[in-house]
Write a protein that binds this ligand. Sequence first.
Ligand SMILES: Cc1cc2nc3c(=O)[nH]c(=O)nc-3n(C[C@H](O)[C@H](O)[C@H](O)COP(=O)(O)OP(=O)(O)OC[C@H]3O[C@@H](n4cnc5c(N)ncnc54)[C@H](O)[C@@H]3O)c2cc1C
Length: 387
Amino acid sequence: MGGGGTGAALAWDLSLRGLSVVLVEKGEFTSGTTGRHHGQLHSGARYAVRDRAIARECMEETLILSRIVPQAIEYNGGLFLALTDDEADYADAFIPACLESGIPAREVTVAEAGSWEPAISGAAKRAVWVPDGSFDAWRIPASFLSGAASLGARLRNFTEAVAVEVSGGAARAVIVRSPDHIEETIQCDYVVNAGGAWAGKIGAMAGLDIPVTPAPGAMVAVKARLSDMVLSRLAPPGDGDIVVPQRGLSIIGSTQRRADEPEGVLPTPEEIAFLLSRADELVPGFSRAPLHAAWAAARPLAGRAISDEEGRAISRDFAILGHGPEGVRNMITLLGGKATVLRAMAERAADRVCAELGIAEPCRTRDTVLPSWRGMSVGAPTGKAAG
Ligand SMILES: Cc1cc2nc3c(=O)[nH]c(=O)nc-3n(C[C@H](O)[C@H](O)[C@H](O)COP(=O)(O)OP(=O)(O)OC[C@H]3O[C@@H](n4cnc5c(N)ncnc54)[C@H](O)[C@@H]3O)c2cc1C
């Protein structure tokens, strides 16, 4: 349940292992958080000082994605820039942390960085190159969906899960509703809740209490490609510290607050003003470029927070929650993480599904090149027999 990047990657992995898969998505595929993020392909450098394991996983996944879905990626590199003395000092912890995480970070002179990216601030004190990149937020999941459909997975967009039938300690079926309000029962041997920031609502359908916090973040795009590389502040992860090129646009992000409801989150005027002023620090004149859009998306943080501060303390790692102890032995929830590591999230979840179903098929998603995203047409319900 849930046709974002997580559900799409899982449908692909399980289909490759020979399982019969149905993926239901209440709206258009990727219409949740997946279709709204900046599209930074994280080398992991951003996380390296705080969490080497997350950083290492990001680095490994960027290499895998650039092999299996190259048409969706711009692997142009990234620059971390120090604009203050504190940020300049942070480089001394940042570079070794990246190297220990397998990320080939290297300091370059500010002059060299400026020759690559003339738009960066002249106030930069230090610069570090890392193998960041950008990717198309829609094309990677669409490639997973295209692959799953080619193997017979039934992909049901505009199909909302409205109930989970549980009896004898197991989920027996998912009741779904189509846009014309027709309900249908889908029998199942195993259920995965891949509802992202909506995972709590989906869990409640099976009587489960899922610890998830929707944490909206805002982004602003201007109509100018101001850099080819991803530009970041050389500092611990914070707000308004990344500029990502996306085709002819530049996106500054993001912010983070918590919300009770993931649906319809919007950026506030204060967030937009803050982001533009932060962007101007990294790339002077950013805010003078014509505005393209400002929007927000809800992070599915894997944990419970009642304040913005608590939300920030929750790890950006992903979690696989088994629900056997709560009386639903054949259901898991897969949430958290980042779009960069969706394939790895799906691998771990599919390993668990297969182990519990007694299926000994190995994961093949590391090496199987995905078909083009063009195989995935969107915009209309795909109907019962799609794929
Ligand atoms: C501001 C921001 C910036 C980010 N930037 C980056 C970045 O640059 N790089 C990166 O790697 N990651 C980034 N991320 C993280 C990334 O966006 C998420 O990790 C990822 O998109 C989560 O995917 P998902 O499939 O788990 O969730 P979603 O994409 O939200 O998918 C869940 C789906 O479940 C569906 N659903 C809900 N209820 C039901 C139901 N009852 N029945 C059927 N379907 C249902 C929803 O409609 C939704 O489509 C960012 C996140 C945010 C918030």
